[in-house]
Design a protein around this ligand. Structure first.
Ligand SMILES: NC(=O)CC[C@H](N)C(=O)O
Length: 206
């Protein structure tokens, strides 16, 4: 695994992509990004955020991630980078972090924002804690991906700038707005790297 002390040398071919490493399934994203052709870095501090060209926000627990982002002094720098156009991909709790507005969050829960959408926490979880389902994603044309949903959110509604890339059971589960991508499910857990490749391609074109 690469370490944050290694100088981040971004090349067009293997862009340096951070994984927000406050909490959640960081390791799986580092591996998926490597497999998808990127140079991954863990990001825990504002100085590390400044070194990456793009960022993945993993699954985990969004309330904890929100708390830690504040404690680590990362919330405002993250908001600034996203506003400035950094490509970001959030899975599950990461999707919640990228929502401009959330439902069923904790009262003190903050998000980074970046996608004009309303996301409901644990929306699938109440019916079924965890399940897998095939999901067709716009932009991935060679067959559906296996979506792993773990106490997953869904997107209640999207605003004008956001594009729905996938639905499952009538609910939006993948959204893109400009260079910001979010999925309710966890492609990093399946060994299928097509969603990460889609993101790496977005970063290369950014
Ligand atoms: N697998 C996940 O990331 C679960 C998300 C979690 N339910 C949350 O609210 O943050």
């Amino acid at each position: 695994m690469t370490t944050s002390s290694t100088p981040a040398t971004s090349t067009a071919d293997a862009p340096v992509i951070g994984v927000l490493a406050l909490q959640g399934d960081v390791r799986e994203h580092l591996a998926a990004l490597t497999a998808a052709g990127a140079t991954p870095r863990q990001v825990r501090r504002p100085e590390e955020l400044a070194e990456v060209a793009a960022l993945v926000i993993p699954g985990g627990e969004s309330t904890t991630m929100s708390k830690l982002a504040i404690i680590f002094g990362l919330l405002e720098p993250l908001r600034e980078r996203v506003r400035a156009g950094m490509p970001v991909y959030g899975t599950c709790a990461g999707m919640i972090m990228l929502a401009d507005k959330i439902l069923d969050g904790r009262d003190d829960q903050e998000t980074i924002g970046g996608i004009d959408m309303i996301v409901r926490r644990n929306a699938f979880g109440r019916q079924n804690e965890s399940f897998e389902a095939e999901v067709d994603i716009q932009g991935i044309d060679d067959g559906p991906v296996e979506g792993v949903f773990i106490r997953a959110p869904w997107v209640e509604s999207v605003g004008g700038g956001a594009e729905v890339l996938a639905t499952f059971d009538g609910h939006t589960v993948a959204v893109r707005q400009g260079k910001v991508l979010a999925t309710s499910f966890h492609p990093e857990l399946t060994g299928d790297h097509r969603v990460h490749r889609l993101f790496v391609e977005m970063v290369r074109r950014a």
